[in-house]
Design a protein around this ligand. Structure first.
Ligand SMILES: [Zn+2]
Ligand SMILES: [Zn+2]
Length: 384
């Protein structure tokens, strides 16, 4: 049987345009599989990488894209179950996250709750260069290749059979939000009935609204822009009020507006999902004293900002960072998406683009211009 060649995109460096390359259909050994991609999101991180904000060297050229919903089209006999022990067969829907802890390093062994800081992770869509055969290491492609022998940290997660791959492609960003709230819960800084402010109305901000509600927040307020499509969608996801930073232009005014909406002494928890360094000093002033600030928006290094740490001390705050998630967090995102698939307008977050050079460029530039909430590449429309 002759197999078609596989199309895969690469970027040569920050600012470069995507190039679509063609590679031969790979051989699939005993403990490997080939996944046909139904949908792959454009992440804020992808945009920051393309702007040169990633703080470490990257293996350019490589294939971006790590929010993958896919289906197994070929697998070896020894590729039998997902990371949670669920049996896998050809035709199963799966997702693979970007960061896969190795399971053996000092962090993985001794600090499993912080295995997201694994010292030697497998990193699809980022740290696997195109040069490495069989060249299919990222989600902005027709297929992605996984191999448990070549990359033993590799983790594949089965999606429910009747779950749309479009929905599956949201499990990675949603899991980041769930993990960030769990981080606050474990620190005693997030309780049932809390009032939560989300800074940022991009995909992470929107999904954080849903996560906050599902995890016990009583009230959620979102600060962001633009009204369309983002703040409008934030309210449909359950934000009781939104503050438009295009209209409320200064930090003082925004703090005042949020405190007015929240009432009392301020919010119990503020989470930064904005990616803008000014969010921190502004956000802590929206908190009541003794409240919790969760920083998950500065995933890449977007720069420094002047701030007074006196305010953290004087307000008696919890300040927590949350970076990605561990291998055990991912099922929480899949389960929440599946359970709440009719409760939140998840599909309305996504704008779909074809897998072509133009489609990719447009998906990225529309995301950067905030014209979309979640630009999503769809190589095979019949799969989603
Ligand atoms: Zn992402
Ligand atoms: Zn490790």
């Amino acid at each position: 049987m002759t197999r078609p060649d596989v199309r895969v995109s690469t970027f040569a460096g920050p600012g470069a345009n995507p190039v679509i390359q063609t590679v031969p259909w790979p051989a699939v050994p005993e403990r490997a599989a080939l996944l046909k991609i139904g949908a792959c999101g454009v992440c804020g991180t992808d945009q920051h990488i393309l702007k040169g904000h990633w703080p470490k060297p990257l293996p350019w050229p490589f294939t971006l894209g790590h929010e993958i919903g896919a289906v197994i089209v070929e697998k070896g006999a020894g590729f039998t179950e997902d990371f949670m022990g669920k049996p896998l067969a050809i035709g199963c829907k799966v997702m693979i996250p970007p960061l896969m802890p190795c399971g053996h390093c000092y962090y993985c062994v001794h600090y499993p709750e912080t295995a997201n800081k694994c010292l030697s992770p497998v990193y699809y869509g980022r740290y696997l260069g195109f040069d490495k055969a069989p060249h299919l290491w990222g989600g902005w492609a027709e297929y992605v290749y996984v191999d448990l022998d070549m990359l033993p940290g590799t983790k594949v997660y089965k999606l429910p059979d009747d779950m749309s791959l479009r929905l599956g492609a949201l499990s990675e960003p949603l899991t980041s939000c769930i993990r960030a709230f769990n981080r606050a819960k474990k620190a005693g800084g997030f309780n049932w009935g809390d009032t939560v402010v989300i800074q940022g109305s991009g995909p992470i901000g929107i999904l954080a609204i849903a996560a906050a509600r599902e995890m016990g927040a009583q009230r959620v307020i979102c600060v962001g822009a633009p009204e369309r499509p983002r703040l409008e969608l934030a309210r449909r996801f359950g934000a009781e009020a939104t503050v438009n930073i295009d209209e409320v232009r200064t930090a003082e005014e925004r703090i005042g507006r949020v405190r007015e909406i929240v009432g009392g002494f301020g919010a119990d928890l503020v989470m930064d999902c904005s990616g803008h360094p000014s969010a921190g000093p502004e956000g802590i002033e929206m908190l009541r004293d003794g409240g919790t600030y969760v920083e998950m928006g500065q995933f890449t290094d977007a720069g420094k900002i002047e701030t007074s740490w006196h305010r953290i001390c004087a307000k008696d705050l919890n300040v927590l960072g949350s970076w990605a998630f561990t291998g055990n967090d991912l099922p929480l995102g899949v389960q929440m998406l599946y359970r709440t698939r009719d409760k939140y307008p998840y599909f309305d977050m996504q704008t779909l683009y074809p897998f072509t050079q133009e489609g990719l460029s447009q998906a990225v530039s529309d995301a950067m211009a905030m014209k979309t909430v979640k630009s999503t590449i769809v190589p095979f429309p019949e799969l989603v």
